[in-house]
Ligand binder design. Structure first.
Ligand code: HEC
Length: 97
């Protein structure tokens, strides 16, 4: 559960919240999937609407699928996990459908 956004917490730095997965997503995935996962370049599915489980997403990102190359050689297993967590958070943002 993510409770609060920009309220007066005494964090050391006042950067917008950013996870390692979000940074990875922006550098590795945005060009095809878009910031919200819905860009759909070369037939990419809308990640915000994906019905895959976390494990299945891990497998797609590691091994690739269709026009998407795998990231198993580019990212560590840990990084792939982080970026999948971010992808899954895109879905949560889309609840208003
Ligand atoms: C070269 C463009 C490209 C890049 C870069 C890319 N993808 Fe994809 N992605 C695709 C395409 C195309 C598909 C659809 C593959 C298919 O179903 O044939 C896809 C499918 C997926 C799926 C499966 C969605 C579903 O419901 O089937 C996930 C999850 C995914 N990508 C995550 C990522 C993540 C995370 C990254 C960054 C680490 C990434 N992709 C980078 C093009 C890309």
């Amino acid at each position: 559960m993510v409770g609060c956004s920009a309220s007066g917490s005494s964090a050391m730095e006042q950067q917008p919240p950013s996870t390692p997965g979000e940074a990875l997503y922006k550098s590795q995935c945005v060009m095809c999937h878009g910031r919200k996962g819905d860009l759909g370049l070369s037939g990419a599915k809308d990640l915000a609407k994906s019905t895959l489980t976390e494990e299945e997403m891990n497998a797609v990102v590691t091994n690739g699928k269709g026009a998407m190359a795998g990231f198993g050689n580019t990212l560590s297993a840990e990084q792939i996990k982080e970026v999948v967590v971010h992808v899954r958070s895109l879905r949560a943002d889309e609840v208003d459908g």
